[in-house]
Design a protein around this ligand. Sequence first.
Ligand SMILES: Nc1nc2c(ncn2[C@@H]2O[C@H](COP(=O)(O)OP(=O)(O)OP(=O)(O)O)[C@@H](O)[C@H]2O)c(=O)[nH]1
Ligand SMILES: [Mg+2]
Length: 220
Amino acid sequence: MNSAVTPPPVFNPFRQAQFVLSAARLAQLPKDHAGEAAFVGRSNAGKSSALNKICDQRALARVSKTPGRTQLINLFSLPSGHRLVDLPGYGFAQAPLEVKRAWGNLVGGFMEHRPNLRGVVVVMDIRRPLTDLDWQMLEWARSRNCATHILLTKADKLGFGATKNATREVEATLRARDFSAGVQAFSSESGLGLETVRATVDQWLAQTPTGDVESAEVGN
Ligand SMILES: Nc1nc2c(ncn2[C@@H]2O[C@H](COP(=O)(O)OP(=O)(O)OP(=O)(O)O)[C@@H](O)[C@H]2O)c(=O)[nH]1
Ligand SMILES: [Mg+2]
């Protein structure tokens, strides 16, 4: 578990999150200095559900039973001007090659080059963590020195002991690969781990500039 987080603020800014836009290309993203926290992960892992839970809103991000539904980058703004980003999921085997290629360009481009990126929440189903593509995300984040937090979702599907073991196992694997990231169990159903992830994202964004239009000028 990530124990080094501060208690949540009394005012919860995530409740005020608002949809900004969906982007099919990186060029459509805002060109400013606003810090962003991105949610990445395998398709169906529970990214959109986690975002909705964090923001205490039912339908901010679209949740779907069909893997691979979110093929766009969805941006949500916070009152501070910072943004949350829901990235399209990966790992859906049946997707046509051109969809996979488009995903690679979009998510790869975002992870490697988006200047606003301040932290990455890598969302994984607690029953199937650390796939090859999860590692690719982790390595992308590491290569640009970006803060990383692993959310092991759907913990409500496991008992207390199994949740603890799965979390420890992920921590041990990361240690063995000398990878530094927060790790926590989470459930969008029960709210397990909610304050920890909120505090982590809050901390990343609090240290970075906001999306004031006056500061918007950078070419991405
Ligand atoms: N039991 C349980 N189900 C969950 C949880 N999180 C998500 N789900 C379910 O898992 C399915 C996929 O959730 P999404 O949030 O749409 O997953 P996603 O990662 O955004 O998927 P893509 O947009 O396709 O990449 C939905 O049926 C959710 O209701 C959780 O914590 N517990
Ligand atoms: Mg989604």
